[in-house]
Design a protein around this ligand. Structure first.
Ligand code: TYM
Length: 328
């Protein structure tokens, strides 16, 4: 029997290449080996206080991205968190066995405390407990994510252990899976930070960006003079070479490495080549997404049907949990 894999995203706009190489690519590779449940975690997105219309749009964009990337409904379940209220219910039960100190020490909470200082809501503190519920509700054994999510998965393991110790063996302890090639894709504009939407449009390349937009975004990425080539590249240049490693052919990478060492590199040429290679990589994705976007009703239907399938599993597992803790 296949074991269960859970992963997903917090909808806040279109998927970017960090999401793709950090997570989505390995989901596609694992669809045949696991029972996969991929979530659009809109309850998590609420912690950032989005406008209602923006949240709805972001959910739709996420569904389009998932489907265009190749999430296959015959193999996997695609679900919307808020359509399966069992997530929030299990999160509450898990809250009651999770010490506040575990949540306070999560690095992402410390970052968010600064980023959302004017809206430091309970949801931000509680975020990893809800994420643990997303995973444990389906008794998942594996969670493929980018590096930034590792503290959350570690906490999910601790919460599973705490529950099992108190109420008897119920949840497997989920293992993370990190894709080494894309574990942490860096921002274009702030190459010492990870690529993320909240840093602004120019810092990320969305899978659905047109070739022109990709070229424009790359053009404004920081470099250096190219004349004082040293073994350790400046962060901006190192980032461009990392992207070349992912998207370009070996001969192309070798050519630019040599030009860098010889101090004759043209970063304009490098960026042009990279833009062409990234655009080509996602060409069929873009075409598929444009077609899907023409059929919004069909996309919402897929999401509703996937959520109904997820709900069946969630109901069964939550019933077991409730019995164990003395509810019902
Ligand atoms: P989110 O929406 O921020 O990101 C979705 C996935 O993309 C990965 N990722 C990256 N990987 C490499 N480089 C980057 N620059 C980069 N940016 C993002 C993330 O690591 C993630 O795997 N908390 C989660 C959503 C969530 C979830 C879950 C995930 C809620 N419940 C249950 C797995 C299981 C989040 O905000 O991901």
């Amino acid at each position: 029997m296949k074991r269960t894999l859970v992963s997903g995203i917090k909808p806040s706009g279109r998927l970017h290449i960090g999401n793709y190489f950090g997570a989505v690519k390995s989901w596609l590779e694992l669809q045949d080996s696991y029972n996969c449940i991929f979530g659009i975690y809109d309850l998590h997105a609420l912690t950032q206080g989005p406008k209602p219309a923006d949240l709805k749009k972001a959910v739709f964009e996420a569904a389009l991205d998932y489907l265009a990337a190749g999430i296959d409904m015959d193999k996997s379940i695609l679900m919307l968190q808020s359509l399966v209220p069992e997530h929030a219910e299990l999160a509450w039960i898990l809250d009651t066995i999770t010490p506040i100190s575990w949540l306070e020490r999560v690095p992402t909470f410390k970052d968010k405390s600064k980023q959302f200082a004017d809206n430091l809501n309970m949801g931000l503190l509680n975020y990893p407990a809800l994420m643990a519920a997303d995973i444990l509700l389906y008794k998942a054994v594996i969670v493929p994510v980018g590096e930034d999510q590792l503290p959350h998965i570690e906490l999910a393991r601790e919460i599973a252990r705490a529950f099992n110790n108190k109420y008897g063996e119920t949840f497997p302890e989920p293992m993370h899976k990190v894709n080494h090639a894309g574990a942490r894709i860096m921002s274009l504009t702030y190459p010492e930070r990870k690529m993320e939407k909240s840093l602004g449009e120019k810092n990320y390349i969305a899978l659905s960006d047109s070739p022109e937009i990709i070229a424009k975004k790359l053009a404004s990425a920081p470099t250096d003079s190219g004349k004082n080539a040293s073994a350790s590249k400046s962060p901006g240049v190192a980032n461009l070479f990392e992207l070349l490693d992912i998207f370009s052919k070996d001969a192309v990478i070798g050519g630019f490495e040599k030009a860098y060492r010889d101090k004759v590199i043209s970063y304009a040429d490098l960026k042009q080549q990279l833009a062409t290679d990234i655009a080509a990589y996602f060409e069929s994705f873009r075409a598929k997404r444009i077609q899907l976007a023409k059929k919004p009703d069909a996309v919402w239907k897929i999401l509703r049907e996937g959520s109904a399938r997820a709900k069946k599993i969630a109901e069964k597992n939550l019933r077991e949990v409730k019995e164990k803790v003395g509810l019902l």
